[in-house]
Design a protein around this ligand. Structure first.
Ligand code: NAG
Ligand code: NAG
Ligand code: NAG
Ligand code: NAG
Ligand code: NAG
Ligand code: NAG
Ligand code: NAG
Length: 674
C-alpha cells in the first residue's frame, strides 16, 4: 500500500498524452419547476418548533465565496468558482516566468507569484530559463475564484468560459488544452476591446489558482511589469554512474501513482511550452495579428528518461512548489493563516454568479439540490428518509457548494454578467471613489472567526451533557456552562429585561424582535436605512452579510432565549417544578444541538473544519490535494465516471482533503505512507 503524492510530474513529458479530457459535459438537464416565493429563513411557529433554514438561498454562498477570495484552502475545497473580483497588486511585487527555451515570453503568458511554482512546473529540464519581473506601479488585474487554473477539472473554468463564449464548453464542446491559450488570449482581448486595458494601464492581467496563484499577463511590452533578471537555471546533471550503481533500470519500479500526475504535469508544461512557435511575436498586442499557436511538445530526444533520472532537483522542485502553495492556505486549521496577500481586493469590484439577479442559474441549482439533498420546493431540508444517517446528511449539506457549477447558466445571464463587469470596471477605472470603501471580505472574516469559535464551543458544551440527568447539581453546572457560551454571542445585542415574566424569553416577544433586529444589522447598521450603494455589486455583498449573519442571529437567539427560559424555569428560584423539568432538558439539549448543527451545515464553511490533527514537524507541511499535486484515488470510480458526475476533480482521493496529513519531502515521490 504505497501512498503517493504525484506531484506535477516532472518530465514525463512524452508519455501518455491520452488524457481523459473531452469526455464532454453530458449531464441530464433538469426541467424547470417553480420555486414558491417565501420569506427567508422560514416560519417560526413557536419556540418548540425549530427554525427551518433555506438551503436554496444564495446568501451563504455569496458570503462564503467573498470570504474565501485569494485563499488556497477554501478555493480548493470549493473549486468551481462563481466569483470574479478586481484586485490590485502593489509596486515592487515579484513575478516569475520559467520556460524551457531561451526565448522571450510572448503575450499573453503566465507568471507566478512564487518562483517555486514557476520552477516546479518548468524546471527539471536541460534548458530552463527563469525570468524575474517586478511591478513598477500598482497593477490592476481580474481574479477568478475557485481552482480557476485547474486544467483537468470540470466546472473550474465555467466562469471564464461563460464570459468568453456564453456557455461553459465553448465552440469545440470540450475542455481542450488548446483552449488554455485561447482563454488567455480571449480574456486579454476582451479586456482590451472593452476599453479596460491598454499598454501600461487598466486591468493588465488575470489571476487564477491551482496549487498556488498565477497570473496571465496580457502584454509583456507594458512598462507596468519590468524584467529584472533572466537566468539560465538549468542544473548540471548527476553523473551517470550514480544511477548505474543502483542496478538495473528496468527493475526500478515506477512510482505507481504517476498516471494522474503524468497527465496533469504534462498539461501545465504544454501550456507553458506552447508559445515557442509564436515567440517572435513579443511585440504584438493587437487583437487580430497574433498567430494562433497550437500547443505541441517537441519530440523527446533519445535517452530522455535516463536524463530525467539524472536531473538533480526533481524532488525538491515538486516539494518547493507544494510548499509555496501552503503559504497561501488562508485562515483554516492548516498552515499559514493568510491567503495570497500580494493581490489585494479592491472593495467593490466583486461580481458573482450567485447573485440573485441570475435567476435561471439559481433556479437550476435549487432544482439539482432539491433532489440530491432532499430539499422541499422552498429549499427547506426534509431531513431525508428514514434510512438517512443524519451525520452523513449534514456533511453532505455542509459540502454542497463543492458541487455547484454553472453549466445551466443561460446565454442571457452570461451576457448580463459580462455587461455588468464591463460597466462597473469602466466606472471604477475612471473614479474608484464611487466605492463605499467598505472591506466586505474583512467584515466576513470577522464574522467567520467569531461565529466559528462560538458555534464550536457551544456545540461541544451542549454534547458534554451530565451523566445523570436527575442530578440537579451536574445539570445546573452543564446549563450554566452552555448558557455562558450562548451569552457571549448575544452580549452586544441583548439587554436583560427588568421583568421576571418568562414569556419575554419567547421567540414571539418584543424583546426577541428587538434583539434580533439589532443583531441582524450589526455589521451594516449605518447603511441600514436610505443609503444607496452606487455600485450594485456592493449592495449584493451587504445583502449577503445581513442575510447570513441574520440567520446566525436567528438561530443563536432561538437557542439563547430557550436557554434563558429553561435556566429561569429550572433554577430560577420561584419555580416549583424543578425536578420534573430536569429530564426534559435532555430533549431540549438535543434540539439545541440539532439546531446549531443545521446552522453550521447551512453556512457551509467546511474549509474551517479541516486541518491536520497533528502538529506538523518543521520539515513537514499539512497536505491537501491541490491540482496537480494530487494522488490518484484508490476507489473504483474511473476518472470518466467521476467526470460525468461533475465532481470537481479527478485523480484524487477525497479523504486526503477531508483528513489532511502532515507530509515531508519524500512523500512527493511516494516514499512515505499517508
Ligand atoms: C429559499 O430561497 C429561494 C431562492 O432565493 C427562494 O426561491 C425560496 O422561496 C426560499 N424559500 C423560503 C421558504 O423562503
Ligand atoms: C457554445 O458557444 C459557442 C460559441 O459561442 C458555440 O459555437 C457552441 O455551439 C456553444 N455550445 C453549446 C453547447 O451551446
Ligand atoms: C543553460 O545552461 C545549461 C547548463 O549549464 C547549458 O547546458 C545550456 O547550454 C545553457 N543554455 C544556453 C542557451 O546557454
Ligand atoms: C437524502 O436522502 C438519501 C436517501 O435517504 C440519503 O442517502 C442522503 O444522505 C440524504 N441527504 C440529505 C442531505 O438529506
Ligand atoms: C452515520 O455515519 C457516520 C459517519 O459515516 C458513522 O460514524 C455512524 O456510525 C453512522 N450512524 C449510523 C446510525 O449508522
Ligand atoms: C433556464 O434553464 C433551463 C434549464 O437548463 C433552460 O431550459 C431554459 O431555457 C433557461 N432559461 C433561459 C431564459 O435561458
Ligand atoms: C415582531 O416582529 C414581527 C415582524 O416584524 C411582527 O409581526 C410581530 O408583531 C413583532 N412581535 C412583537 C411582539 O413585537
Amino acid at each position: 500500500m504505497i501512498s503517493l503524492i504525484t506531484a506535477c510530474v516532472i518530465g514525463f513529458l512524452a508519455a501518455c498524452a491520452t488524457s481523459t479530457l473531452g469526455s464532454g459535459h453530458s449531464q441530464a438537464r433538469l426541467g424547470v419547476d417553480t420555486v414558491q416565493p417565501a420569506n427567508l429563513p422560514g416560519g417560526d411557529e413557536g419556540e418548540k418548533s425549530p427554525i427551518r433554514l433555506n438551503f436554496s438561498s444564495p446568501a451563504p454562498h455569496i458570503f462564503h465565496s467573498t470570504f474565501s477570495l485569494l485563499k488556497q484552502v477554501p478555493n480548493t475545497v470549493f473549486p468551481n468558482g462563481h466569483t470574479l473580483a478586481s484586485v490590485v497588486i502593489p509596486p515592487l511585487t515579484l513575478f516569475y516566468h520559467a520556460r524551457r527555451d531561451a526565448e522571450a515570453p510572448a503575450s499573453p503568458e503566465w507568471v507566478a507569484f512564487d518562483s517555486d511554482m514557476s520552477y516546479g512546473i518548468m524546471g527539471g529540464h536541460r534548458n530552463v530559463w527563469m525570468w524575474t519581473y517586478q511591478t513598477a506601479r500598482p497593477v490592476k488585474a481580474l481574479y477568478f475564484d475557485g481552482e480557476s487554473g485547474n486544467l483537468e477539472g470540470l466546472g473550474q473554468f465555467d466562469f471564464q468560459m461563460l464570459l468568453l463564449y456564453g456557455n461553459v464548453t465553448g465552440p469545440s464542446g470540450i475542455d481542450d488544452i488548446g483552449l488554455e491559450y485561447e482563454r488567455a488570449r480571449g480574456l486579454c482581448d476582451w479586456l482590451a476591446a472593452a476599453g479596460l486595458r491598454g499598454s501600461g494601464w487598466g486591468y493588465e492581467g488575470v489571476v487564477r489558482m491551482n496549487a498556488g496563484f498565477e497570473m496571465i499577463w496580457c502584454d509583456f511590452l507594458s512598462d507596468s511589469l519590468r524584467l529584472i533578471s533572466r537566468i539560465n537555471v538549468t542544473a548540471p546533471l548527476l553523473p551517470k554512474e550514480d544511477r548505474d550503481s543502483d542496478g538495473d533500470e528496468e527493475r526500478q519500479p515506477a512510482p505507481p501513482s504517476l498516471a494522474g500526475g503524468e497527465v496533469s504535469g504534462e498539461l501545465l508544461v504544454r501550456r507553458t511550452c506552447a508559445t515557442r512557435s509564436s515567440s517572435l511575436d513579443v511585440a504584438t498586442t493587437s487583437i487580430t495579428t497574433r498567430p494562433v499557436s497550437t500547443p505541441n511538445l517537441p519530440d523527446m530526444p533519445p535517452g530522455w528518461k535516463d536524463r530525467l533520472r539524472r536531473e538533480p532537483f526533481q524532488r525538491t522542485r515538486s516539494w518547493g512548489w507544494f510548499d509555496s502553495a501552503t503559504w497561501h492556505y488562508g485562515a483554516s486549521g492548516v498552515g499559514a493563516s493568510v491567503g495570497e496577500t500580494r493581490a489585494k481586493l479592491s472593495g467593490c469590484g466583486v461580481f458573482t454568479f450567485y447573485s440573485r439577479k441570475f435567476t435561471n442559474q439559481s433556479l437550476n441549482r435549487a432544482l439539482e439540490e432539491r433532489q440530491r439533498l432532499n430539499l422541499t420546493g422552498d429549499g427547506l431540508w426534509t431531513g431525508g428518509g428514514d434510512d438517512t444517517n443524519r451525520t452523513e446528511a449534514l456533511t453532505q449539506l455542509r459540502r454542497r457548494r463543492r458541487f455547484h457549477h454553472m453549466e445551466h447558466a443561460s446565454q442571457e445571464e452570461a451576457h448580463l454578467m459580462k455587461k455588468d463587469i464591463e460597466m462597473s470596471l469602466e466606472t471604477l477605472l475612471q473614479d474608484d471613489s464611487r466605492c463605499s470603501g467598505t472591506d466586505w471580505a474583512l467584515i466576513m472574516s470577522d464574522i467567520v472567526r467569531r461565529t466559528t469559535s462560538v458555534l464550536r464551543d457551544l456545540e461541544l458544551s451542549l454534547v458534554s451533557t451530565p451523566q445523570d440527568w436527575s442530578d440537579k447539581h451536574s445539570v445546573r453546572r452543564w446549563l450554566h456552562n452552555v448558557r455562558g457560551r450562548s451569552h457571549m454571542f448575544l452580549v452586544n445585542v441583548l439587554q436583560y429585561p427588568e421583568t421576571e415574566d418568562l414569556s419575554v424569553w419567547s421567540t414571539h416577544s418584543a424583546l426577541f424582535n428587538k434583539t434580533y433586529g439589532l443583531c441582524r444589522s450589526r455589521y451594516t447598521a449605518l447603511l441600514e436605512e436610505d443609503t444607496v450603494l452606487p455600485v450594485t455589486e456592493e449592495a449584493e455583498q451587504k445583502w449577503a452579510i445581513e442575510e447570513t449573519f441574520g440567520t446566525i442571529c436567528l438561530v443563536q437567539l432561538h437557542v439563547g432565549f430557550g436557554m434563558e427560559r429553561r435556566w429561569r424555569e429550572t433554577f430560577g428560584g420561584s419555580s416549583t417544578k424543578r425536578s420534573e423539568s430536569l429530564p426534559a432538558l435532555r430533549d431540549q439539549a438535543r434540539v439545541w444541538s440539532e439546531q446549531l448543527s443545521e446552522l453550521t451545515a447551512w453556512l457551509g464553511w467546511e474549509d474551517s473544519n479541516i486541518g491536520c490533527k497533528d502538529v506538523c514537524a518543521a520539515n513537514e507541511r499539512c497536505y491537501i490535494p491541490m491540482w496537480p499535486i494530487t494522488r490518484p484515488s484508490d476507489s473504483a470510480s474511473s476518472p470518466r465516471s467521476v467526470k460525468a458526475s461533475r465532481r470537481p476533480w479527478i485523480h484524487t482521493d477525497e479523504r486526503d482533503l477531508w483528513e489532511p496529513k502532515c507530509v515531508s519531502e519524500v512523500c512527493i515521490e511516494g516514499l512515505c505512507d499517508l
